[in-house]
Structures are given as structure tokens and as C-alpha cells.
Design a protein around this ligand. Structure first.
Ligand SMILES: NC(=O)c1ccc[n+]([C@@H]2O[C@H](COP(=O)([O-])OP(=O)(O)OC[C@H]3O[C@@H](n4cnc5c(N)ncnc54)[C@H](OP(=O)(O)O)[C@@H]3O)[C@@H](O)[C@H]2O)c1
Length: 303
């Protein structure tokens, strides 16, 4: 936006001079900014976002729509279909009908449901260009050996198996494109996958698995033009901690007290930035912190 404003100011200055801009062979249409290049590169694409009913996924849907509002298709998926429908309506209201939004109920941990979902997509949404693997969750803060089996299973099946399920279902269509395949797979990892912390062993293990899967996938697909991208956020204020503490909002709020966490929009901007680089540019791996974070929780036990 800043660049856009600067360009507009520059044009105004030019036209107030005695030479009109057209004499200088320099028209408003000819100015290319980072924002206009991003909009153009995304035009006509189909974006699939998992976990789009809340937090980072929801913001990412809005960010894509606002960045390229003329001609874009977005598929929103999560388990809360009514919320997805409301988000779809809000996006259309905000950017108009240049962006077509399809909300679909989907549990990524159910492999059969994921396969049926991809097969059953309407024709105009079948050609997925960008997959944002964002669905994920954390449950509890229990330490081994007291971690509930159901919590272990739901974190593993959502964050790891779920992400792999949808990637495997979407990749075949990407691979059919010329040059051995083309598309973007953007995986949302976490600082927790790089630096584990006490009380988060399963969540940290799932995000380390996402990191290993992503790195392997990039190597698997090296002969194609598919870009494999991982974004690891630090602390972002979303429903994430509310889910962790089983709906206890006061406990969730305490996580973000005393410092300024990232907003989901901060991560959404970075997702869209990565997806809208020139096709030969891969922002393979990034770690995004709020200003006052530099790692996970400290790990020294003092007597
Ligand atoms: N917030 C943070 O501090 C932080 C930091 C680093 C990484 N992350 C990662 O960022 C991603 C997004 O989290 P968030 O912070 O935006 O949390 P959030 O607000 O709780 O959003 C999580 C999303 O995942 C969806 N989801 C959960 N289980 C699902 C399943 N089985 N199938 C389909 N969708 C499912 C939820 O939708 P439904 O409940 O409607 O299904 C929701 O839309 C996660 O992968 C998380 O691990 C978050």
C-alpha cells in the first residue's frame, strides 16, 4: 500500500509539472508495483485453504481475496460449515464477485472424506493452484506419562496425517501440468517444530513431523515446478489457545498477556507474499516472530 501511495504521489507531481505524464511516455497503467505484480500473478488461480473457519486460515482467505479481487477462486474448508458460509459471504461483500468462494465441510483427518472432497469438487474449482495446509490444533499441556491418548491421537491425525492426506489428494492434478507439474503447497508449521517445549511434546512432535515431511516433499518434487513452502509462526493470537485449554478463555488470554503477539493477518500477508512471487522464486522456509519473541519457552531447571 505504501508503495502504491508513493507511486500515485509521484504521478500527481509529474502531472503538475509543465510536461504531461503522457509526453514522458510514462502513464498510470505502466507503473508496476509489488502489489500490482502480486495481484496479476494470482489472477485466475484457485486457492484451497484448510482450517479456514478461524484464525490464520480465515485471514488468509481475506488476504488472497483483497490482493487479487478481479479473478480468483477460493475453496474454504474446515469442520464448521456454517462459519465457512458466513466467511464466504463476508468476502463476497467486501471484494465483489471477482472472487468466487466455495465453502466445504471437511475433516482433514479423515482420509476417505479428503479423497471424496477432491473428486467431488465442481469443475470450475478442480484445478487447484495453491494449497494452504493450515488446519491444525493443540490439546492440553500435559507432560508424559500423563498425556491423554485421545489428545495424542487428535493432534497427530489432524496436524500430521491430515496435512499429508490433503497433500496427497491434491498433488496428482498439480503433477499433470506441463514441465513435470506446477502449483504451490504452503505448509503452516510452527516454532514448536524447531524448538520443543515442556507441556507441548505431542504438538511439538507433530510440527517437527510437518517440517520433515515438507523438506522431503521439496526434494521429492525437485524435477517439477511445484513450490513447496513452509511458514513457521511464533505466537499468534487466534482460537488456538482457547482450543488448547478446552474453551477456557481466561487461560488462553493469559498466554498473550504482557507482550504483543502476532495477529492472524500478519501470517496471512506472508502466505500471500510467498504465493505471489515470480514463479521461479521459492520462499522455501520462514520463521515469523512477534517483536518480543525469540524462541520457545526457556528450559533451565533451577533448584
Ligand atoms: N496461533 C499460534 O500461536 C500458532 C503458532 C504457530 C503455528 N500455528 C499453526 O497455525 C495453524 C492455524 O492455527 P490458528 O492459530 O489459526 O488456530 P485456530 O484459530 O484454532 O484455527 C485452526 C483451524 O483449524 C481447523 N481444524 C482443526 N481441526 C481440523 C480438522 N480435523 N479438519 C479440518 N480443519 C480443522 C479449525 O476449524 P474447525 O474447528 O471448524 O474444523 C480452524 O479453522 C495451525 O496449524 C497451528 O498449529 C499457530
Amino acid at each position: 500500500m505504501h508503495i502504491l501511495r508513493t507511486s500515485t504521489q509521484f504521478l500527481r507531481t509529474l502531472s503538475s509539472l509543465k510536461y504531461p505524464a503522457s509526453n514522458l511516455n510514462f502513464t498510470r497503467q505502466s507503473i508496476r508495483t509489488m502489489a500490482s505484480a502480486a495481484a496479476k500473478r494470482l489472477e485466475g488461480k484457485t486457492i484451497l485453504i484448510t482450517g479456514a473457519s478461524s484464525g490464520i486460515g480465515r485471514s488468509t482467505a481475506f488476504e488472497f481475496a483483497k490482493t487479487s479481487p478481479k479473478n480468483l477462486k477460493i475453496i474454504l474448508t474446515a469442520r464448521r460449515i456454517d462459519t465457512l458460509k458466513d466467511i464466504a459471504a463476508s468476502i463476497s461483500k467486501e471484494v465483489g464477485d471477482g472472487v468466487k468462494v466455495l465453502p466445504v465441510k471437511l475433516d482433514v483427518s479423515n482420509a476417505a472424506e479428503v479423497r471424496e472432497f477432491v473428486k467431488g469438487l465442481p469443475e470450475e474449482f478442480k484445478e487447484i493452484d495453491v494449497l494452504v495446509n493450515n488446519a491444525g490444533m493443540v490439546k492440553g499441556t500435559a507432560k508424559a506419562p500423563e498425556i491423554l491418548e485421545e489428545d495424542i491421537n487428535v493432534m497427530m491425525s489432524t496436524n500430521v496425517t491430515g496435512l499429508i492426506n490433503i497433500t496427497q489428494a491434491v498433488l496428482p492434478a498439480m503433477m499433470k501440468r506441463p514441465d513435470g507439474g506446477k502449483g504451490d503447497i504452503i505448509n503452516i508449521g510452527s516454532i514448536a517444530g524447531r524448538e520443543p517445549y515442556a507441556g507441548g511434546s505431542i504438538y511439538c512432535a507433530t510440527k517437527a513431523a510437518v517440517r520433515a515431511f515438507t523438506d522431503s516433499l521439496r526434494r521429492d518434487l525437485i524435477a517439477s515446478r511445484v513450490r513447496v513452502i513452509e511458514i513457521d509462526p511464533g505466537a499468534v493470537e487466534t482460537e488456538f489457545s482457547v482450543v488448547r485449554f478446552g474453551g477456557d478463555k481466561a487461560k488462553a488470554d493469559a498466554v498473550y498477556a504482557g507482550f504483543e503477539p502476532l495477529t492472524p493477518g500478519d501470517i496471512a500477508e506472508h502466505v500471500v507474499y510467498c504465493a505471489s512471487r515470480r514463479e521461479n522464486v521459492v520462499i522455501a522456509d520462514s520463521l515469523v516472530f512477534p517483536n518480543q519473541q525469540a524462541g520457545s519457552a526457556p528450559a533451565i531447571h533451577k533448584k
